[in-house]
Design a protein around this ligand. Structure first.
Ligand code: PLP
Length: 383
């Protein structure tokens, strides 16, 4: 196949050429665990589905291409993907991660990795100075998330990746919020990209999935080894659902971020909303930086209601947005970080990070932006 240049074309045509047998334009679901071996003395592409499955392979090719990497991997969840990547490290290694890292990654680093002899420190990754201060002689990797969750803080990914490369530190970017449509960390020097494909990539709140891409053959071999060893692979049905979602990534993202901008502007002017965090607003501290390293501002915003009581009232009265964890679906999702995504982070740490109990996070879906905003604003007024 000719090399496809445009991202929107790639979304539709990568991975699909896999089916040579029937010409099916959608990748078939190879619902199979084992494969007949023609000659037991010869290795073949597929032998057992934990080690490789054609449907999974198609999805893995897609994420590798979309991120501009050499290899991709599909896992049973975003956390399975992140955990597998973290187990590239071992006894005596030290990992840095953002203070406001995703709650599941926080849990993995603070409660699980220690048992494997992997140490960590949390650091404010918006400051290269802070990272430099936190680095130890045995620091082997840095986990990055930009924009971060739920305050949408922007870290200078190209600068941090360049800094890490000089020191032989591996950069792992959780690109869930941006997706490769808006931000491709491998292009500016990251080593590994991790996704919760549950969110924007699959995009329909109907599958839990994780993806990894890397531009390094060496890391690809190591990740493949671990994927097969740990076995936290994505099943063929869920691979198919994820691919089905990815086809419309661009149109969904375009629409949702346009709406997010409108809603953010409207909320910014509302008297009962104390603060609004959306990098598309010129008032957002990360606005200019994100503009340089990404092709959009995404479709997640957070805002602080006047009081915690009002925030809880919104959560109980809202009708259109789903009151739920997760994000990146076709339907808008409103969540309360304190009891949901960031419940694993101790209250004291949350307070330091500015994740107050009046903070709400909105993942903007495909409904009319007026309807989404109106629903939330009228929930504030109701008795
Ligand atoms: C949801 C999420 C994860 C975890 O993904 P799962 O698919 O829920 O396991 C990791 N990172 C970020 C930024 C997320 O939003």
């Amino acid at each position: 196949m000719k090399e496809l240049k445009d991202f929107s074309t790639k979304l539709l045509h990568i991975g699909v050429e896999n089916d040579k047998h029937t010409g099916a334009v959608s990748v078939p679901i190879y619902q199979v665990s084992t494969f007949h071996q023609e000659d037991i003395s010869k290795a073949q592409d597929y032998e057992y589905s934990r080690s490789g499955n054609p449907t999974r392979k198609a999805l893995e090719t897609i994420i590798a291409e979309l991120e501009g990497g050499v290899a991709g991997f599909a896992f049973s969840s975003g956390m399975a993907a992140m955990s597998t990547v973290l187990l590239l490290f071992g006894v005596g290694d030290h990992i840095l991660a953002p203070k406001d890292v995703y709650g599941g990654t926080y849990r993995m680093l603070s409660k699980v990795c220690g048992k494997w002899g992997i140490n960590h420190d949390f650091v404010d990754t918006t400051s290269l100075e802070a990272i430099e201060k936190a680095v130890l002689r045995n620091t082997k990797a840095i986990v990055l998330e930009s924009p971060s969750n739920p305050l949408l803080k922007v870290s200078n990914l190209p600068a941090i990746c360049a800094w890490a490369k000089e020191r032989g530190i591996i950069t792992i970017v959780d690109n869930t919020f941006m997706t490769p449509y808006l931000q491709r960390p491998l292009e500016f020097g990251a080593d590994i990209v991790v996704h919760s494909a549950t969110k924007f990539l699959a995009g329909h709140s109907d599958v839990v999935a994780g993806l990894v891409a890397t531009g390094s053959k060496h890391l690809a071999n190591e990740i493949y080894y671990l994927q097969n060893a740990l076995g936290s692979i994505l099943g063929p049905q869920d691979c198919w659902l994820t691919m089905r979602g990815i086809k419309t990534l661009k149109v969904r993202m375009d629409q949702s971020q346009k709406s997010a901008q409108l809603i953010a502007e409207r909320f910014a002017a509302h008297p009962k909303i104390k603060a609004i965090h959306y990098p598309g607003l010129t008032s957002h501290p990360g606005h200019e930086l994100l503009k340089q390293q990404a092709e959009g501002f995404g479709a997640v915003l957070s805002f602080e209601a006047e009081t915690a009581q009002l925030a809880r009232k919104i959560m109980s009265k809202v009708k259109l947005s789903a009151v739920a964890v997760s994000l990146g679906g076709v339907e808008s999702i409103l969540s309360y970080p304190v009891t949901m995504s960031h419940a694993a982070i101790p209250a004291k740490v949350r307070a330091e990070l500015g994740i107050s109990d009046a903070l709400l996070r909105l993942s903007v879906g495909l409904e009319s932006p007026d309807d989404i905003a109106e629903d939330i604003l009228s929930a504030m007024e109701e008795d």
